[in-house]
Structure formats: C-alpha cells, structure tokens
Design a protein around this ligand. Structure first.
Ligand code: P6P
Length: 317
C-alpha cells in the first residue's frame, strides 16, 4: 500500500511536528491546482493590475494562490506567521500568534508561464520562531539561515501535481493521486545524479553577468558537455535538475546586482532540498544555507546542482 504525507510524522527529528504543516501545504496545493486548471474559464488569467513588493506585475492567480496558501497555513493551527513573496510585510496569524512555527512561501513561482499553460510551483520553508511564544511574531523571526530550516519543499503543478519535501531526513516526492484524492509517495529518497543532466540558466543575460560567470559557464560546458534546458520557472527547472542532474543557476548581473531569486522563500528552501539530495547549493562564494538573511525579500545569486557540475562551474568554491 502507498505511503502518504502521514509518513512524514515518522521522519527525522521534526517529522511529527512538521506533518500537519506539510499536510496543510498539500491541501493548498490541491486547491491551487484546481484553480489553475479552471482559471481560463473564470477570467482568472492575466495581470491583476498591481505590482508586488518586488516591483513585478502580479498575476491574478498570484493573489488567489497567496490567499489559499495563507488560509491553509492558518487552518493547521501550528503557524504564527507567514512571510510571502506576494506580501510586503509579515502576515501574523492572530488566532495562533503563540504557535511555534513560521512559514516562508512563494505561493505561485513562475507565474509568467501561466498564460502559456507552462509549469508553475509553490516553494516553502518552515522555521521555529526565535521570539517568546507570548510575544507577537516579528520579521526577525524569519531572518534565519538555511541551517535553521526545520522543513522545506515545493509543489510542481505540471501534468501531475507533485509535492517534494524534506524534514532533514532526505528528500521524498509525493504525487497527487486523483483516484484516492491524496498525495502518495512516488519518488522516495531522491538523490541528484552525480553526473549528466543539463545546465539550466537564462543565457540571454550572459553579457550582463557579474563575477566572470560568462567564462565560468563556457568552461563548465566544455568540461561536462551538458545539454541545456530552461523553463523559466524555478520549481520546474530545479525538479528536473534534482531528477536528471546538472546545474541550475541565476547569477548576479548588471541589472540584478544581487541576483533575482529571493533568499528566504526560493534560495534557502531549494538549497536545503539540494543538499539533502546530495547536491551542492552556493550563493557567490559561500553555501546558500550559510547566508545570514538581513531582510524578508532579500535577493541572492544561486548555483544549485550536482557536485560534478558545480565544481566545474565554480572550481574554487
Ligand atoms: P527570468 C520566476 O519569475 C522566477 O522568479 C523563477 O521562478 C525563475 O527561475 C526566474 O524568475 C526566471 O527569471 O529572468 O529568466 O525570466
């Protein structure tokens, strides 16, 4: 019989505490997947007419997905606050502001793919509050390095809906089974292949890259002979990298001098998963999990992949 998300309760040191939270992520994923499938019939595609704190045009589905995710985190009863890509400030869950955990989330990553029916995702990580439980949670509770992450994962809305997560005891992939209406373990103990796969980067930015990344990428291509795949949605590109091997990177460039991807709800959760899957996760010259966050929406350059590909790209890292 298949294992379900309940299996998480038996994993690692935090599985029992994390299982209800990841069950909540699963409920949000099912609702968001249904929302995406019917969006065109409800006039829910396209831009919402506002920009988020990132200065990016919000899609209507960004706002709807953010609301669904927040409600399911509230409903778990274990989350005191949520830091979301779509919300400038930390969202305190007033009924449970004495709860132990906070969630950082990109509720609908890669939403520019929506109008072309491309894959998108949700990325999340869970940290334990630093403040006393009888205090109101604050942004400082979220500013913890990836070494403090209790759980992290992503949902990939593709031909199938997958939830890939870790509580620090390896990485497991669960696929939503519409017959049983639940997530069932389909990719147990995921490990990134040591060799092969693809490099995945938006090479249109190559002439703007900083830190000599243009030459470094050319050297890596010569040394490894990897092919290239790029979807433009981090969850899809990272999921392929985890399964097939290779490297995903978003370097700093003259336009985004700190890189484009956000530390707290993109780089850290993905870096946590990559390291749990036997890969490497770098940002500039340090492990992404060692970067000390300074603000909720801080951006960083990222280099994630197999040890072979990362060592070919950044030999002195
Ligand atoms: P570009 C999507 O907007 C996103 O945040 C990530 O999902 C993705 O990896 C990246 O930006 C794509 O950026 O500049 O290549 O379109």
């Amino acid at each position: 019989m298949p294992l379900t998300l309940n299996h998480i309760a038996r994993q690692g040191g935090h599985g029992a505490a994390m299982m209800p939270i990841i069950q909540g992520v699963g409920r949000a994923a099912i609702e968001i997947a249904a929302l995406l499938r019917g969006a065109v019939f409800r006039g829910a595609l396209g831009e919402a007419g506002a920009k988020n704190v990132q200065g990016e045009q919000q899609q209507k589905l960004d706002i709807l997905s953010d609301a669904i995710f927040l409600e399911e985190m509230r409903a778990t009863g274990h989350i005191c606050a949520v830091g979301s890509e779509e919300q400038e400030a930390l969202l305190v869950i007033s009924e449970y502001e004495d709860a132990d955990y906070l969630v950082l989330v990109d509720p609908l990553d890669g939403s520019s793919n929506l109008d072309v029916d491309g894959p998108v995702g949700t990325i999340f990580s869970v940290v334990k509050r630093k403040s006393a439980n009888d205090n109101t949670p604050v942004v400082d509770d979220t500013l913890q390095s990836g070494r403090e992450v209790i759980a992290a994962g992503y949902v990939l809305y593709g031909p199938a809906t997958m939830l890939v997560c870790s509580v620090g005891d390896g990485v497991d992939g669960y696929t939503y089974n519409p017959t049983t209406a639940r997530f069932e373990l389909s990719h147990g103990n995921m490990k990134i292949p040591a060799t092969g796969g693809y490099y995945s980067v938006n090479e249109a930015n190559a002439d703007k890259w900083l830190d000599g990344m243009g030459d470094r990428l050319q050297n890596m291509k010569k040394e490894t002979g990897l092919g290239m795949r790029y979807v433009g949605a981090m969850v899809a590109d990272m999921h392929r990298t985890l399964l097939k091997g290779g490297v995903f990177l978003y370097p700093a460039d003259s336009k985004n001098t700190n890189g484009k991807l956000r530390l707290l709800y993109e780089a850290i959760p993905m870096g946590f998963l990559m390291e749990q899957a036997g890969g490497k996760s770098l940002s500039k010259d340090q492990h992404v999990l060692d970067v000390q966050p300074e603000s909720l929406h801080q951006r960083v350059p990222v280099y994630f992949g197999s040890k072979e590909a990362i060592n070919a790209l950044l030999p002195d890292a």
